[in-house]
Design a binder for this molecule. Sequence first.
Ligand code: PEP
Ligand code: MN
Length: 264
Amino acid sequence: LVSRKWRVRPTVLDLGDGVLIGEGSLTLAAGPCSIESEKQMELIMQHLVDNDVRIMRGGVFKPRSSPYAFRGLGMEGLKDFHRMARARGIKIVTEVMQVSQVEEMHDYVDVFQVGARNTQNFNLLDALGGVDKPVMIKRGISGTIEELLSSAEYVFSGGNEKLILCERGIRTFETASRNTLDLNAVPILKEKTHLPVIVDPSHGIGIREYVSTMALAGVMAGADGIIYEAHEKPEEAASDGAQTLNFAESARLIRNLRKVYALR
Ligand code: PEP
Ligand code: MN
């Protein structure tokens, strides 16, 4: 069902208020790895509004490798996130980690993110197949392109056709970067499926200095959008600071992404 053989016309998702995801527009989503405070959200939302970015990312349920790391503000944080975003015309993409969260988060998100550690959580995918909200599925840490498409097939066949695929880097033998952003996946996915394809260069390379370069390369490779981490003070971020852009870097990237997209 997610194949181009089944549907030739590219899928375009409408988040409302003129925010579209898919062929014909460049989708930009930025924000912190983790939602940390109201003050932080205020600063980041202002940065997005100033740069005409309509979608904010930010986790309130965080899958952390260490149980001692910051694990997010939970539902209280999400409710604040939602209230502040609505007041500013911003849409929200945030990670859902388990089936029990789908219902409680539902009214407060615009796009459910399925994280790389949950790409093959088939119960979660089944549950998301039953909701009427877009779902962005990240490629598994060691997942193949075919496995990503199969995960999308779970949600689609469950009745939810509002899907976005995200290439976020995979684990390889290479240790010079956090992950290996597989830009090959972009043209391959665009050819195989009618779904929008987004690139996450922050997790893809994991090194702030190179995030912008890989974001631009992602757009040139044919991505429908970019999702990246930005924070008012990356050095002080609760998670993933080393791959997070500050506002000056983020503003420059946004300008360059729009230029590169226009050249395609
Ligand atoms: C994130 O977006 O902050 C995140 C945890 O992503 P991933 O699942 O790709 O590691
Ligand atoms: Mn992160």
